[in-house]
Design a protein around this ligand. Structure first.
Ligand SMILES: Nc1ncnc2c1ncn2[C@@H]1O[C@H](COP(=O)(O)OP(=O)(O)O)[C@@H](O)[C@H]1O
Ligand SMILES: [Mg+2]
Length: 286
C-alpha cells in the first residue's frame, strides 16, 4: 500500500471578497498537490501568487472556497491533524519582552506540553536551533537570523511530523540562511516533512526534493526537482585546442551522427589560467 502523503490538496480554490461591492480576488485557483512524508517540499512563486494563502488553508486557519485538504490523511481542520503540524508564519510578531526560553515555554504550553517534558523539549529545541547561549536574553536583542531560528524552535517544540515554514530566510544573511538550511535538513533526517516557501532559489535547489511553482494562484509546474531540472538539461562538449577549422570538423561530425547542435561558444581562457601558465614557466626557467 502506498504511504499516505503528509499533505494532500485537491482542487483548492480560495477567493477573498473585498469591499461592499463584493469584488472577488482569487488568491488560489484550482490547486492540487501532494507532499510525500519525510521530504522537503518547496512552494515557490512571485509575491502575491497564493503561497501564504495555501499554507493558511493547509493549517485550517482559513476556509477554502472550494476543494479539500488533508494532513496525513485526515481533514486539516481536525484537532488531531493540527497537533502534528508546526508553523513559522511569514512575519512572526513575537512578544519582544520575552526571552527566547520564555517564548518556547509559552508555545510549548499552548501545544499541551507540561512539566518535565516541557523543560526537556525547550532545552532540546534551543539546542537544535543553536540558541542556548542567547536563551535568557530578551527577543528585542536578537538579530533577524536569531528571530527566525527562535521562530522555528517555537514551531517544532511539540515535535510535529510536519513543519511549515513561510519564508524562513527572508531578510536573513547568507550565514543565517545556511544555519536555517542545516536545521531543515536535520528535521528531514529525523523523519519529518517540511513545506517551505522561499525566494532563495539556490537554497531551495539544495534543500527540496520536490517543488511547485505558483503564479496568480495557479500551479504552473510541480514535481520532483531532479525530474523538473533534467527536462532542461543540455550537454556540452569541450574541445581543448580550438580553431575555426576544428569547429567546422566537429560540427560536421555531429551532423553526420544526427546530433542536433543548439549553439557553439568559445570559452575564453581565464586570467588565473594565464597567470599560472606563465608563472609556472617562469618558475622553471629560474
Ligand atoms: N486576507 C486577504 N484579503 C484579501 N486578499 C488577500 C488576503 N490575503 C491574501 N490576499 C490576496 O491574495 C493573493 C495571494 O496572496 P498570498 O497568498 O499572500 O501570496 P504570496 O504568499 O504568494 O505572496 C494576493 O493578491 C493578495 O493580495
Ligand atoms: Mg506569502
Amino acid at each position: 500500500m502506498a504511504e499516505i502523503p503528509a499533505i494532500t490538496i485537491e482542487k483548492l480554490t480560495k477567493e477573498y471578497r473585498l469591499g461592499l461591492r463584493g469584488f472577488v480576488v482569487r488568491a488560489v485557483d484550482d490547486l492540487s498537490l501532494s507532499v510525500p512524508t519525510n521530504s522537503v517540499f518547496g512552494l515557490l512563486g512571485p509575491n502575491g501568487s497564493g503561497k501564504s494563502t495555501t499554507i493558511k488553508a493547509i493549517l485550517g486557519l482559513i476556509r477554502p472556497t472550494r476543494g479539500s485538504l488533508q494532513i496525513f490523511g485526515s481533514s486539516s481542520s481536525s484537532i488531531v491533524s493540527r497537533q502534528r503540524v508546526g508553523y513559522l508564519p511569514e512575519r512572526p510578531d513575537f512578544y519582544q519582552f520575552l526571552t527566547g526560553r520564555e517564548l518556547i515555554h509559552f508555545y510549548g504550553k499552548l501545544s499541551g506540553l507540561a512539566d518535565v517534558r516541557l523543560e526537556e523539549r525547550t532545552n532540546e529545541v534551543l539546542h537544535q536551533v543553536n540558541l542556548v547561549d542567547a536563551a535568557d536574553r530578551s527577543l528585542s536583542t536578537y538579530s533577524k537570523g536569531m528571530l527566525q531560528r527562535i521562530g522555528l524552535a517555537q514551531a517544532i517544540v511539540h515535535d510535529p511530523d510536519l513543519v511549515i515554514l513561510d519564508e524562513p530566510t527572508a531578510g536573513v544573511d547568507p550565514l543565517g540562511a545556511e544555519a536555517m538550511a542545516d536545521i531543515i535538513l536535520a528535521l528531514k533526517a529525523a523523519g519529518k516533512t517540511v513545506l517551505l516557501c522561499s525566494h532563495h532559489l539556490s537554497q531551495v535547489e539544495q534543500l527540496c526534493d520536490s517543488v511547485a511553482i505558483l503564479y496568480k494562484g495557479r500551479c504552473l509546474v510541480q514535481g520532483p526537482l531532479e525530474e523538473l531540472l533534467e527536462r532542461n538539461a543540455a550537454g556540452s562538449i569541450r574541445i581543448p585546442h580550438w580553431s575555426p577549422e576544428v569547429e567546422q570538423q566537429a560540427l560536421e561530425a555531429l551532423k553526420a551522427a544526427g546530433i542536433p547542435v543548439e549553439g557553439v561558444r568559445m570559452d575564453r581562457g581565464s586570467l588565473e589560467a594565464l597567470f599560472l601558465e606563465h608563472a609556472r614557466k617562469g618558475g622553471r626557467d629560474r
